[in-house]
Design a protein around this ligand. Structure first.
Ligand code: PSU
Ligand code: MN
Length: 305
C-alpha cells in the first residue's frame, strides 16, 4: 500500500515546475471506450504542449498512482470492475488492492497531498436536482470546502441543480471564478441567468489568486469555471430538454447514489446522438490549456518571489 509518483512528476514537484493533476473517473466511468482513452491521452499532450506536466491519478492494485503511463491509462479505460473512488472509498480501495478511478473529490485529496496546486477536469459534481428529498450532494463540493487546490472545469454538470450548487459553494467559502466570462458556464452550455462570483481575464491573475489562497493557508479550494468554446457549445434549451428526459428515465429505472452521474452522462450521449460526447471532449481540451497556463504562472511567481 503506497503512493507511487512517476519519476517525471516527482522531479517536477521537487523543483516547483508546473504540474496539472487529472482525474480518472471521467476515463473509467464518464466516457465510452475507446474515446475515453483517446481523450485522456490528448488532454495529457495538450498540457505538455502548453508547458506543464500532466499527472493522471488513479488506484492500481491498491497503490495510489500519481502520473499514470500510457499503458495504465489504456488498461483503466477498458478494464471491467474498476471502482468509482471518492474520498470515502480511498482507504477501502487501497486496503483491498483494487483498481479505482478517482472522482474530483478523491483526486483533490491525493493531488493536494503531493503538492499539486492545479487540477483539470470536465465538470464537477454538485447538488443534484431533487436534493431536498434525496440529499444527493456530490462530495466534490465538500472536498472543495476542505482542500486547497484550484479545480479548472467547465462548470458544474448541467444535470445538476446549478443554483443550489452555487449556494452550497458560497456557504462553504469556495470562490467561483469565471475565466473571461460573467455568465455561469454549466458544462455543455452556459446558464442564461446565473453569474460567476468574479470574472478573471488572465491565467496570470488566476495564478495570483491561487498563490494568495496558499499564502493565507485557507485550506479550501478554488473553482475556476471556463466556458466551453462557443462553436462547440450545445444550445441551453436543447440540453435542458434532454436532461429532463434522461432524469425521468433514470427515475423509472430506479438508479440511485453513485451510479446516477455515469448513468445520466451515458443516457444524454444516447439522446443527443453523440453530440454531448463531442462537447465533453471539446470542453476538457479547453480546460487542459487553461490549467497548464495557470500552473505555469504559479511556478513563475514562485521563482520570482
Ligand atoms: N464530469 C464528467 N464525467 C465524469 C465526472 C464528471 O464529464 O465522469 C465524474 C467526476 O469524477 C466527478 C463525479 O467527481 O463524476 C461526480 O460523481 P458524483 O455526482 O456521484 O459525486
Ligand atoms: Mn451522489
Amino acid at each position: 500500500m503506497k503512493i507511487r509518483i512517476s519519476q517525471e512528476v516527482a522531479y517536477a514537484l521537487a523543483n516547483n515546475l508546473p504540474v496539472v493533476a487529472l482525474e480518472s473517473t471521467i476515463i473509467a466511468h464518464g466516457m465510452p471506450y475507446p474515446q475515453n482513452v483517446e481523450i485522456a491521452l490528448k488532454v495529457e499532450e495538450i498540457i505538455r504542449t502548453n508547458g506543464a506536466l500532466p499527472a493522471t491519478i488513479a488506484i492500481i492494485g491498491g497503490d495510489i498512482v500519481v502520473g499514470l503511463d500510457e499503458d495504465e491509462i489504456e488498461e483503466l479505460g477498458q478494464r471491467e470492475g474498476v471502482l468509482k473512488v471518492s474520498r470515502r472509498d480511498l482507504a477501502y480501495a487501497m486496503a483491498t488492492k483494487q483498481w479505482g478511478a478517482t472522482t474530483v473529490a478523491a483526486t483533490m485529496v491525493i493531488a493536494a497531498k503531493v503538492g499539486i496546486k492545479v487540477f483539470v477536469t470536465g465538470g464537477v459534481g454538485g447538488v443534484h436536482r431533487g436534493a431536498e428529498d434525496t440529499f444527493d450532494i456530490s462530495s466534490d463540493l465538500e472536498e472543495l470546502a476542505r482542500t486547497n487546490i484550484a479545480v479548472v472545469c467547465a462548470g458544474p454538470k448541467a444535470i445538476l441543480d446549478v443554483e443550489k450548487t452555487l449556494e452550497y459553494l458560497e456557504t462553504k467559502g469556495v470562490p467561483v471564478l469565471g475565466y473571461k466570462t460573467d455568465k455561469m458556464p454549466i458544462f455543455y452550455t452556459s446558464s442564461p441567468s446565473l453569474k460567476v462570483l468574479y470574472r478573471v481575464d488572465s491565467a496570470a491573475e488566476l495564478a495570483q489568486i491561487v498563490n494568495a489562497s496558499h499564502a493565507l493557508d485557507l485550506q479550501s479550494g478554488i473553482l475556476v469555471v471556463n466556458p466551453i468554446p462557443e462553436k462547440d457549445a450545445l444550445p441551453y434549451k436543447d440540453v435542458e430538454k434532454v436532461i429532463e428526459e434522461a432524469i425521468t428515465e433514470m427515475e423509472k429505472e430506479g438508479i440511485r447514489g453513485k451510479e446516477q452521474t455515469p448513468y445520466l452522462l451515458t443516457k444524454i450521449n444516447e439522446l443527443t446522438k453523440g453530440k454531448s460526447q463531442i462537447a465533453n471532449e471539446a470542453l476538457i481540451v479547453n480546460n487542459a490549456k487553461l490549467g497548464a497556463m495557470i500552473a505555469k504562472n504559479i511556478s513563475r511567481e514562485l521563482y520570482e518571489d
